[in-house]
Design a protein around this ligand. Structure first.
Ligand SMILES: Nc1ncnc2c1ncn2[C@@H]1O[C@H](COP(=O)(O)OP(=O)(O)OP(=O)(O)O)[C@@H](O)[C@H]1O
Ligand SMILES: [Mg+2]
Length: 384
């Protein structure tokens, strides 16, 4: 059985009359890189601060490494936090900054020296241990902050948007660095971000949050390929939504009668058993890259004719806005390598097609089985 590193049980947090976390329950596994992803104000930092001991839950229980952390101040918890503003002490050298985090452990000089040396090796800055923070680049300073937080070997490292101050290129480098270091130390990371690409690229699993609730917890590819609800599907990446009602169910394919696009077919979603009676309102959701233009591939049973409104060329791909015959816009992301052509001219007639198995069939509200991922919060989602 996988050991749980963090267990969050029925946690609620209110600031006065404002409830910012509503009955949140889930677990994080030992050694997992776990991200909390959601729009600004959804409660990510609040949840992290509850774990770190900087806030107290209004209700519910938090366990870290199997132990309740109730009443424990931050320094007594087996956690450490890396904040967005990674304040290093400007008057101390890099090595002294790392050693600072160890002071309460009352180590011998030799032990402390060894940990500082190992920490500098880990972040590949051994040659800069004697420098002061202002003599480092932003990315180097961020690595020092990480090393300082890891030097005490916490059971869980809490990171609140630690890369958001860095420019795009450095940020991407640091993402890989963070992942490498996490693998190396094997410590559970709880990583807060509102950048979906960052969460998808780094996480073993991630929780998608919205307005104080967890919508879905899953591996990144599942979140992207099999979102459990419309809300998750809309939040992660781009998605076309085609509304309709269930017409018939044949084997593992659902035929959906749409208002303006005829019959569309989609694979039978997991957890939907018994919930797809003819007439049920559903949404066929299709990612732009799952749509092909002008394909004569017979396996693409779903065809939506229309005309090209505009096209944007991105080198490897083009993003096409097609107007379907019912007047709605369909977004297509087409790889250019396969087409070998420029974009079709605006106004030309085109057909967008997709395979049933590439569509996600979503209920109009909530999720098929009333739960999402391994949380049991779905039923509370619309209560607020
Ligand atoms: N100490 C506080 N007192 C009152 N309200 C607070 C307090 N801390 C946070 N909030 C409110 O709680 C909600 C959630 O805040 P939180 O900082 O957890 O959001 P977040 O998901 O981290 O957002 P961001 O991506 O912008 O950092 C917000 O509405 C915020 O205004
Ligand atoms: Mg925040």
């Amino acid at each position: 059985m996988t050991r749980h590193s963090v267990e969050i049980e029925g946690v609620r947090k209110a600031f006065g009359a404002l409830t910012v976390l509503e009955d949140v329950s889930f677990s994080i596994r030992q050694g997992e890189f776990f991200s909390l992803l959601g729009p600004s104000g959804c409660g990510k930092t609040t949840l992290l601060r509850l774990l770190g001991g900087f806030e107290t839950p209004t209700a519910g229980r938090l366990l870290i490494d199997g132990q309740s952390v109730e009443g424990l101040p931050p320094e007594k918890r087996p956690t450490n936090t890396v904040f967005q503003s990674y304040a290093l002490f400007p008057h101390l050298t890099i090595a002294e900054n790392i050693a600072f985090g160890l002071r309460s452990l009352k180590l011998t000089g030799a032990d402390q020296e060894r940990i500082v040396k190992d920490s500098l090796d880990m972040i590949q800055l051994s040659h800069l241990g004697g420098r002061k923070p202002h003599q480092l680049s932003g990315g180097q300073r961020q690595r020092v902050a990480l090393a300082r937080a890891l030097a005490r070997r916490p059971k869980v490292l809490l990171l609140d948007e630690p890369l958001s101050a860095l420019d795009k290129q450095l940020r991407e480098e640091m993402q890989m660095e963070l992942r490498r270091i996490q693998r190396q130390v094997g410590i559970t990371f709880v990583f807060v971000t509102h950048d979906q690409e960052e969460a998808l690229a780094l996480s073993d699993r991630m929780a998608v949050m919205s307005r104080g609730h967890v919508l879905q917890i899953d591996e990144p590819n599942r979140i992207y390929e099999a979102p459990a609800s419309r809300e998750v599907a809309a939040f992660i990446g781009s998605m076309n939504f085609f509304e309709g009602v269930v017409d018939t169910l044949e084997n593992s394919v659902v035929r959906v009668r749409t208002a303006g696009k005829g019959i569309l077919t989609a694979g039978l979603p997991g957890g939907s058993a018994g919930r797809l009676a003819p007439g049920t309102a559903v949404t066929v959701a299709v990612r732009p890259e799952k749509l092909a233009i002008g394909s004569d591939d017979a396996s693409r049973t779903n065809s939506i004719p229309g005309s090209l409104r505009s096209a944007a060329y991105f080198g490897d791909r083009s993003h096409l806005h097609m107007q379907a015959q019912d007047g709605t816009t369909v977004l297509v992301s087409a790889p250019n390598a396969n087409r070998g052509l420029g974009n079709p001219a605006a106004g030309s007639s085109i057909v967008a097609s997709f395979r049933p198995e590439d569509a996600v069939l979503l209920p109009s509200k909530g999720t098929w089985n009333g739960t999402s991922g391994n949380t049991h919060l779905e039923s509370n989602r619309h209560a607020a």
